[in-house]
Design a protein around this ligand. Structure first.
Ligand code: 3PG
Length: 393
């Protein structure tokens, strides 16, 4: 693929796919890692005298939904960039066109959430065309959405001269260097809340890694598949069969599966909710699992001692709510400690994961932290990523 070094951007309208899908709470950005990751690309474009026109999705809206607007992100981006950033409340049509037209060379604008239009996820030709009419060249700086073949992540690369941005380039280089031929045993930690989309992927991962630690909401589906009561916990009850198949696949592939042995349970999903720590066999019907317990943290620490490479996506519990962050924090700190002691190579990825590692003050201790979650895991599975493939053409 071609990079920004190969691009003449002077006076050009540069459509840049970035990932502003960042963790937010009451209108404030709680982790700015993805914002900081795109600064080098934005600066390269403005320094070359181009107009930086930023495209991104936010959340998973079904059509226009002001609660999923990118508008609140503009201030955070502007603060990180140290300059003003314009905003247009639509990513296509007259308003977007006028706003891009008004933009001077060397200036930056964010266009509203691409997922407000159904054509984005469908990669619909007319929507790709409408986006393409706003730019002269296309830069993809969003490795974290490269597993999506959407209009802004894939379609545009076929319509305009296409280049990889600095962050995209850096992610691909770093992941290839760290994980192309990893030292074994490889231990993967997969947790978090996006259960249904990741279950499939676990099935492929068991063929790639030696030990798979399953945590977070994902683990509940596996516990339920083993006949345990998970009460009101996050759980995909219609995917128990899939979970069982994954366990069988793991056995056949000689991949050891590690599931939580204890859990911190509460009756409400809120910080400091009254809670108790129980074995995974003792979860009440009216309780939900909000974290793995201390015996699980110790078990995972023990498994880490045997590993040479660790990949991590997804927290063990509701780490944003005290005290349900304990196991995520304990394991993250242990991985960082072993990495710094030269015992492990560790790579973590994912919006929530990065936020969790920052919360645990462990991110700097990892060998590499990717901005990508789903894309990182698909890359790890060995799948071709449509966003990257399109850049190679
Ligand atoms: C992510 O957060 O992993 C990316 O922004 C992709 O988001 P998506 O899973 O909603 O496509």
């Amino acid at each position: 693929y071609r990079t920004l070094d190969d691009a003449d951007l002077a006076k050009k309208r540069v459509l840049v796919r970035v990932d502003l899908n960042v963790p937010m709470e009451s209108g404030r950005v709680t982790d700015g890692t993805r914002i900081r990751a795109i600064l080098p690309t934005i600066r390269a474009i403005t320094e070359k005298g181009g107009k930086a026109v930023l495209l991104s999705h936010f959340g998973r809206p079904k059509g226009r939904d002001e609660s999923q607007s990118l508008a609140p992100l503009v201030e955070a981006l502007s603060a990180e960039l140290g300059r003003s950033v314009a905003f247009a409340s639509d990513c296509i049509g007259a308003e977007a066109k006028d706003a891009v037209e008004r933009l001077a060379c060397g200036e930056v604008i964010v266009l509203e959430n691409t997922r407000f239009h159904a054509g984005e996820e469908k990669n619909a030709p007319d929507f790709v065309e409408a986006l393409a009419s706003l730019g002269d060249v296309y830069v993809n700086d969003s490795f974290s959405t490269a597993h999506r073949s959407h209009a802004s992540t894939e379609g545009l690369a076929h319509k305009l001269p296409a280049f990889a941005g600095r962050s995209m380039q850096g992610e691909l280089d770093a992941l290839t260097k760290a994980l192309e031929a990893p030292q074994r045993p490889v231990l993967a930690v997969v947790g978090g809340a996006k259960v249904s989309t990741k279950l499939e992927l676990l099935g492929n991962l068991v063929a790639k890694v030696d030990i798979l630690v399953i945590g977070g909401g994902m683990a509940n589906t596996f516990l339920a598949a083993q006949g345990k009561t998970v009460g009101k916990s996050l759980c995909e009850h219609d995917l128990l069969g899939t979970a069982r198949e994954i366990l069988d696949k793991a056995k056949a592939a000689n991949c050891e599966i590690v599931l939580p042995v204890d859990a911190v349970v509460a009756k409400e999903f809120k910080a400091n909710a009254p809670h108790r720590t129980v074995s995974v066999d003792e979860v009440g019907d009216d309780e939900m699992i909000l974290d793995a317990g201390p015996r699980t943290a110790a078990l995972v620490s023990d498994k880490l001692k045997a590993a040479r490479t660790v990949v991590w996506n997804g927290p063990f519990g509701a780490f944003e709510l005290t005290p349900f962050d304990a196991t995520t924090v304990a394991v993250a700190q242990e991985v960082a400690r072993l990495t710094q002691a030269g015992k492990l190579l560790s790579v973590a990825g994912g919006g929530d994961t990065v936020a969790a590692l920052n919360h645990a003050r462990a991110a700097a201790g990892f060998s590499y932290v990717s901005t990508a979650g789903g894309a990182f895991l698909e890359w790890l599975e060995g799948k071709a990523l449509p966003g990257v493939e399109a850049l190679k053409r």
